[in-house]
Design a binder for this molecule. Structure first.
Ligand code: ADP
Length: 192
């Protein structure tokens, strides 16, 4: 019978008081907001990203989608355009906010009272790099990373593949939201 006994978690461990991370202002003295971040380039956002964002929104109080500003990488959409599209597409969730960041993700987390990073794992190939990043982020700032397995409908899907297929006239409907589909068509027509 002893093996069936439910052992309570260590004091404070569910609310994060067990570690030495300083609490953000709004977290002091009241229930802690469980705020997580979904970081990425989102150039453009796909239904695979959206699946992870919506599932995170169902689990946590607040989800911050953080668009990486990477001046060295050539993108199809500007950061402003990506933020705008993400804002419109995720407006229906109510607890999803879109931000932009550059530099270290752990610094963005510290500045915004974020305790965990949510990452989608598509395939084993994602795992090695993601695990290294997760361990480094924990080592640097005790920021946790939580992995969500991709919806099998989207396990093959990436922004770069969407762009490549669309560029050569392939059909990407069903892989990206309608708004992205029309923006992609416009942008690629401009480039011709
Ligand atoms: P990509 O160009 O590979 O789509 P992003 O940097 O925009 O890259 O992706 C941000 C994060 O979104 C990735 O680290 C991954 O965790 C997640 N992601 C991207 N595509 C998918 C997908 N199809 N299914 C699940 N998660 C995904």
């Amino acid at each position: 019978m002893d093996s069936l006994r439910i052992i309570p978690p260590p004091r404070g461990s569910l609310r994060g008081e067990g570690n030495d991370r300083p609490l953000a202002e709004e977290q002091k003295g009241c229930r802690r907001v469980q705020r997580v971040v979904c970081p990425g380039s989102f150039d453009p956002v796909t239904n695979g990203h959206l699946d992870i964002i919506s599932r995170a929104a169902g689990l946590y109080d607040e989800v911050i989608v953080a668009v990486l500003i990477n001046v060295t990488k050539k993108s199809l959409f500007t950061v402003d355009e990506r933020v705008e599209m993400l804002g419109q597409i995720t407006a229906r969730y109510g607890n999803v906010k879109i931000e932009r960041f550059h530099g270290l993700l752990v610094d963005f987390c510290a500045a915004n009272g974020i305790t965990a990073v949510i990452k989608g794992l598509r395939a084993v190939s994602d795992f090695e790099y993601e695990m290294q990043m997760a361990q480094m982020n924990y080592r640097m700032a005790k920021v946790e990373t939580l992995f969500m397995t991709t919806n099998p409908l989207y396990s093959f899907l990436s922004s770069s593949l969407v762009k490549e297929i669309a560029r050569y006239g392939g059909d990407v409907s069903g892989l990206v939201p309608e708004l992205v589909l029309s923006s992609l068509r416009e942008r690629l027509a401009e480039a011709e």
